[in-house]
Every structure is written in structure tokens, then in C-alpha cells.
Write a protein that binds this ligand. Sequence first.
Ligand code: HPA
Length: 270
Amino acid sequence: MLESIKQTSEFLKLKTAIRPKIGIILGSGLGGLVDYLEDTDSFDYNVIPNFPVSTVSGHAGKLVFGTIQSVPVLAMKGRFHFYEGYDMKTVTYPVYVMKELGIEKIIVSNAAGGANPDFSPGDLMVITDHINNMGTNPLIGKNIDSLGPRFPDLSEAYSREWRELAKDVAKSMGISFREGVYLANTGPTYETGAEVRMARTLGADAVGMSTVPEVIVANYLGMKVLGISCITNMATGIATSKHSHSEVVAVAEMAGKKFCDWVAEIIKKS
Ligand code: HPA
């Protein structure tokens, strides 16, 4: 695995002169942030050695190097989901590559269902913490001690300092936001009403099918994490209508500009 990560990152370093400081994983419908990048070098996943290829519509699948407000960044448009059949090492592979490229901070975003009845579709939520309900963990297996500890601490899985900065930036821009706990299920089914009631009882404000694996690995590798969920629909039982992926993508795209303006400003101040 180490060899493979090095090979991927060597390829990218040869192909671009940009040395990103911040990595960004863009969730469904939030890929518009790449249009905010300047001086870009873009790579389709299928041309990057050892990189998996994404399969879901709404996830284009490219790595875009560029600058936002003069800060060098690397944006991942389209991620790898566990429900696509990838194993957890594959799902989190890009995070290892980001670390190898010298990235120490990562912004992770997603589309999520609102489990907190106070929320509304289109809300943006700063993730304060997560619940791993995926039934597995990306760090299961022999530990590579040179990468991180066997038993990583997750007491500040989402950097407190970075969350405070994100909130200050939102307030100064007049952007409204929520805060809450994200619970990840494997998907690909949306939750049953009973599962959403369980999630709420467990303390979740939003439910989704991603993010938790990447955040676990980022913490393992010693990276600072900021997580933002776009609430694209109210979760089952709170929602009055049935869910569809097209609705999820459409709402995320509508909230996209607010998301992108906010994230761009956060990057400038980080
Ligand atoms: N549940 C799980 N994942 C999701 C949802 C949801 O309601 N909306 C967007 N992603």
C-alpha cells in the first residue's frame, strides 16, 4: 500500500507544479467549488495510477489542483463510497495520497438527510462529531506504524479551532449555518423511519453514507479536519415525500453557491 501511495503521489507531483496545502472532498452536487479554482491542473481518476474510478452519477471523478484566494488546494470532485463495493482502504485511498502530497488539512463535505426536525433542506451544517454506524472501520488490518498509531484518538475528529473559524467566517458573511452530529450508514438504501428514530436517539442530527471513513483516516494521519454537510432532504419519517438521488443532487446544487462562497473564504482565512 505504501508503494502504491508513493507512486500515485509521484505521478501527480510530476504532472503539476501546484503543492496543495488544503485538500477538499466534494460531496454530491457540491462539485461546483472546482469552478472557484484558478490556475488549475485537472486529472480524471482513470488517468491516475492506482486510483479507483467512481460510479455514481453526480460524481464526475476528477482531482483538481489549483488556487483559491492564492491558497494552493487540491479538490476531489467525486468520492469513493463503501456502497459502491469498494473496500474501506480504497474508499480512503485519496486521503493517504493527500497526506503524501504534503496536505495537513482537509475539508470534507457531503449531502445528508436531516434527522434533526429543526433543520430544513438547503441548510449547511458544520459537523461537530460523527457516529460510525457503518459496521466497520477503515483502519482494520495490520497497522503501518510509519503512517499513524494503532489506536488513534478521535476526541477532536473535527478540529475545534477550524470549526470556530468556519462559524466566524459564516457570521461575517451573513451565511446561516447549523451545527450537529453526522451519522454514517453504509447505504445504498436510504434509512427506514425506525432507523432515523434510532439515529436521533443516538444523538445524530444528520444521516449519510460517506465522510466517516475519510475523516477517520485523516485523523489517523494527523490531519486537521473540517466537515460540512449540505442537508438535501429531511430524513425518512421527518420527510413527507420519498427520497431520490436526483432530488439530493438538485438541492445540493441549489445550496452550492452559499457552500462555495463560504468554503472559499474559510480557505483564505485558514
Ligand atoms: N440518508 C442518507 N444519505 C443521504 C440522505 C439521506 O436521507 N440524503 C442525502 N444523503
